[in-house]
Ligand binder design. Structure first.
Ligand code: T3D
Length: 265
């Protein structure tokens, strides 16, 4: 099933929702309309029980260059824009949506990822990047701070020393370096990115995705929980997992020496 939007491509097939940012001439930078379309697509992902996995990527040579700067009136004498309002209305809800979606979210970074575009992948669960892709915390070059969760996620993924270097210098981090630093999961050859990401998504869509969502929830929570809080959470989430149809199916199939058929519930 393919749905019509102007600035994104969105389709659902075999349990996989594919959302591709589609303003390639502006390196898929976000304007208000694209934010609105992504929001609507994510609502459909959340509400459609057939969707088991989300794959986020971009069209053209860039993944996303963050905020569309041509949308900002910074002419001399003009009133200062309220960027806090933009963060509150657009970027924070987007990041929360991706992080909280109760299903695995794969991000396939197909090219340069700058500003908010460099931090959106970090709100996803599995990040693949094309070998030619790169990550740029471009905010410091225009007097801003990393947003979209960057100041929280970066130090946790790469350590404070590297997070500060990325954020204060705004240098380009290659995909290979990002993999070595633990910022992303895996680099693949450019020509293979879409297929590798789709293969991963299609595999996950056949798995016990209700359980996978609980795994995602527990690992996300571990970044701010104490050890004891985490043990308590594991108890609560394992209780939920144990009540799922997929758990019964998994154990049943193992005992009967057959392949399981999971339904994501
Ligand atoms: O404002 C708020 O709501 C607050 C929230 C902010 C979140 C943010 O994301 S702030 C950070 C905004 N993003 C940036 O500062 C990055 C700006 N872009 C770049 O630094 C470079 O474009 C890249 C390093 C990403 C890529 O460089 P390069 O040389 O490969 O490409 P290019 O030639 O610079 O860009 C290609 C085209 O895309 C070009 O248009 P043209 O000249 O061909 O017509 C360029 O203007 C356009 N483009 C790239 N980034 C943006 C953009 N247009 C508007 N906004 C952009 N962010």
């Amino acid at each position: 099933m393919t749905m019509n939007f102007e600035h994104i491509l969105f389709s659902i097939e075999a349990g996989v929702a594919l959302l591709s940012l589609n303003r390639p001439d502006q390196l898929n930078s976000f304007n208000a309309q694209m934010h609105g379309e992504v929001k609507e697509a994510l609502k459909q992902v959340r509400q459609n029980p057939d969707v088991r996995v989300l794959l986020l990527t971009g069209e053209g040579r860039g993944f996303c260059a963050g905020q569309d700067l041509s949308d900002r009136n910074v002419a001399p004498g003009s009133a200062a824009p309220d960027l806090g309002e933009s963060i509150e209305k657009f970027y924070n809800p987007l990041i929360r949506q991706l992080r909280d979606l109760p299903l695995p979210v794969i991000c396939a970074v197909n090219g340069v990822a700058a500003g908010a575009g460099a931090n959106i992948p970090l709100a996803c669960d599995l990040v693949l990047a094309a070998r030619s892709a790169s990550f740029i915390q471009a905010f410091c070059k225009i007097g801003l701070i990393p947003d979209s969760g960057g100041t929280w996620t970066l130090p946790r993924l790469v350590g404070m020393a590297r997070a500060k270097a990325l954020a204060l210098l705004g240098n380009r981090l290659t995909a290979e370096q990002a993999e070595q630093w633990g910022l992303i999961y895996r680099v693949v050859d450019d020509a293979d990115l879409r297929n590798e990401a789709l293969t991963l998504a299609r595999h996950l869509a056949t798995q016990p995705t209700y359980g996978l969502a609980l795994i995602k929830r527990s690992l996300n929570a571990s970044l701010s929980n104490t050890f004891d809080e985490q043990l308590e959470l594991e108890k609560d989430l394992q209780r939920l997992a144990g009540r799922s149809e997929d758990y019964r199916e998994g154990v049943g199939a193992f005992m009967e020496k057959r392949s399981p058929v999971f339904k994501g519930r």
